[in-house]
Design a protein around this ligand. Structure first.
Ligand code: CKX
Length: 607
């Protein structure tokens, strides 16, 4: 894998880890002269910046907040003498959107894409027992050949600004943790598991990828630390008697310990946590461990005050507490793979996650939310940018699956959000994208993509690729809002009747529906943007969902208010949150709690 091992960095008997989180130097490079001026050797600057975090919301001047172009991060790194002889690498959880990494002035790695990790080998250039200089040249420009898609506008004063084709702020920087990892040359590179459950016995199939021909030993321990199964060999099966299954709302985890041995000598050891469970789509049912589930939850964002899209485990903890309180059981990582810590929490708490690759903005429009709902046609999937974009997309799918394939919480892959599907040119593109996920996922999870408003039965050329049909629908908001809500309901039912007539025998879920709501506005009778209208709108949607037996889930847009690009349609961000950006409930949260507490897990099942 060209981005190095995707394993989550851990310290074990054989592995060492040093966090590089903290304050880094930062320098903007608007004229892109940093490389020729030797910034790769270090930055002459007085600006410092915390990592992990997006750089934007620390600053009080607009030029810094809206900065678009090259920007450099640097810090010193002391590498202990004891690390000598180990394979040294820098591991970035994410660098948004593209990065060139230098160590002691030498380029060691280039990476495209801002939401997935990469590890760069620095063994040859690093000095142990000495101070080293780590420099990262980032670039946060958007384009049509990288994910997510967008463009850059150059203002009359020469400054560049990001113009996303998507509806979230272009938060960038070193958004996730950075580590120095020191591991043995003979080491575990990756692993994967599959599950078959027969009565109380589970067969856990595994494959371990190593950079060594040493003996592989795999052990599984239950939550009490008791050995549940052990096997030898790079590929094999662990038989677990009285297996405790990972369940929705009850995430039982086994610790998997992988050891590489030369005789009795331990060469490498890695551990992780897995959950024994099966996932299947059968007819219109989504089955976990053979039992039908109805999804209740959210489309989310990684978005918080001050740190932007930076990893914020404190806020993530609050999010999980709120999701449990409200009776949710699932969420989608809209519109990009989240920090690894989010999936670890979902594994523990028993949440079902639809893991989404950052393929968003695949409609050439900077007001996509309006254009997409009203049927704009931009022929996005024909044009010279497509081959390069597809290559990036396939790479990101590969990296996302490699990183997340062992999380029990991940039950489905979302391969695109709201792409333009109304033109035949989308079809061969979708074919490649869906093939890629099927080929790489050892657990063959269901694949889906979120269909935008104008991807309707008689216009959409691509819904047949999805194992689960996921609809983003805004009847009563972007179309027929306010007093026209009765027409919205009629139009919604008319579309659902068309889907029903196709008799696809697949589950449908709503991955988005929502109404912008200002927490300070109360109105009787309701008007759009008021707390009352949000509830009125949601009730209408739920009446529609409840009348179609093949609808097997509802993930409202959005869990919380989030930041977007400025514009006349956005009031300091998108306000469709059921919670505010500060994670306090709007009135709709209490409405949802009542509804979701009353819906059983197997709501509308065919069993
Ligand atoms: N869906 C009609 C994608 C999300 C947006 C959401 C919205 C749109 C709606 C498209 O990223 O935030 O406009 O609220």
């Amino acid at each position: 894998m060209k981005n190095g091992s995707m394993l989550y960095p851990r310290e074990t008997a054989t592995r060492r880890l040093k966090s590089l989180d903290g304050m880094w130097d930062l320098r903007f490079d608007p004229s892109s002269t940093g490389s020729s001026e030797g910034w790769a050797n270090g930055l002459d600057t007085s600006i410092t910046i915390p990592v992990p975090a997006s750089f934007q919301d620390f600053f009080t001047d607009k030029d810094a907040r809206e900065y678009c172009g090259d920007l450099w991060y640097a810090r010193d790194l002391y590498i202990p003498k004891e690390y000598e002889g180990l394979k040294l690498a820098l591991r970035f959880g994410a660098a948004t959107h593209r990065a060139i990494v230098y160590v002691n002035g030498q380029e060691v790695f280039r990476h495209e894409g801002g939401f997935l990790p990469f590890s760069c080998d620095i063994t040859e250039v690093a000095q142990c027992g000495a101070e080293n200089k780590v420099v990262v040249k980032l670039n946060n420009e958007l384009s049509e050949t990288n994910l997510p898609c967008g463009t850059v506008k150059v203002l009359k004063n020469g400054k560049k600004i990001a113009k996303p084709y998507f509806d979230f702020y272009n938060y960038s920087g070193l958004n996730r943790s950075v580590y120095l990892t020191a591991i043995p040359a003979d080491s575990v590179f990756g692993y994967e598991t599959t599950y078959a459950i027969d009565g109380t016995t589970a067969q856990v199939g595994y494959t371990v990828k190593t950079a060594s021909s040493a003996k592989v030993e795999v052990s599984l321990f239950d939550e009490d630390g008791v050995l549940a199964a052990r096997a030898e060999g790079a590929t094999g099966t662990l038989t677990v008697e009285d297996a405790k299954l990972w369940q929705v709302g009850k995430g039982y985890l086994y610790k998997i310990v992988i050891r590489l041995l030369d005789g009795d000598t331990l060469l490498d050891e890695y551990y992780d946590f897995i959950g024994i469970r099966t996932v299947e789509v059968k007819g219109t049912d989504i089955l976990i461990n053979g039992a039908p589930v109805y999804l209740k939850g959210f489309g989310k964002h990684e978005d918080s005050d001050i740190v932007g899209r930076g990893t914020n485990i404190a806020q993530t903890k609050r999010d999980f507490e709120l999701m449990k309180w409200i009776g949710a059981n699932s969420f989608r990582t809209s519109h990009y793979p989240y920090s690894e810590e989010v999936y670890q929490m979902a594994d523990r708490e028993g949440f079902l996650v639809i893991d989404e690759v950052p393929a968003v903005g695949m409609l050439r429009s900077i007001a996509n939310f309006l254009d997409a709902s009203t049927g704009a046609q931009t022929n996005f999937f024909s044009g010279d940018h497509v081959p390069k974009l597809l290559e990036r997309h396939l790479d990101d799918i590969a990296d996302m699956i490699e990183r997340d394939k062992n999380h029990p919480c991940v039950f489905a892959w979302s391969l695109l959000n709201e792409p333009e599907t109304t033109d035949e040119s989308a079809v061969p593109y979708f074919e490649r994208v869906f093939e890629q996920a099927a080929k790489l996922d050892p657990q063959k999870r269901p694949r889906t993509f979120a269909l935008v408003m104008n991807s309707v039965p008689d216009k959409c050329k691509c819904y047949q690729f999805s194992d689960i049909i996921a609809l983003n629908r805004y009847f009563g908001w972007y179309v027929n809002g306010g007093p026209e809500i009765c027409d919205a309901k009629e139009a919604f039912i008319a579309e659902m009747d068309k889907w029903q007539a196709l008799d696809l025998d697949k589950p449908f879920i709503f991955t988005e529906y929502g109404a912008d709501t200002h927490p300070g506005i109360h109105k009787l009778p309701s008007v759009m943007w008021s707390q009352e209208y949000q509830i009125e709108y949601l009730k209408m949607c739920h009446e529609v969902f409840d009348s179609y037996p093949f609808v097997k889930g509802e993930q409202v847009w959005n869990f919380a208010d989030f930041q977007t690009t400025e514009g006349i349609m956005r009031c300091d961000g998108n306000k469709k949150g059921i919670f505010t950006r500060q994670r306090q409930p709007k009135d709709a949260a209490f409405y949802f709690k009542k509804r979701w507490d009353s819906l059983p897990l197997d709501h509308k099942s065919n069993k």
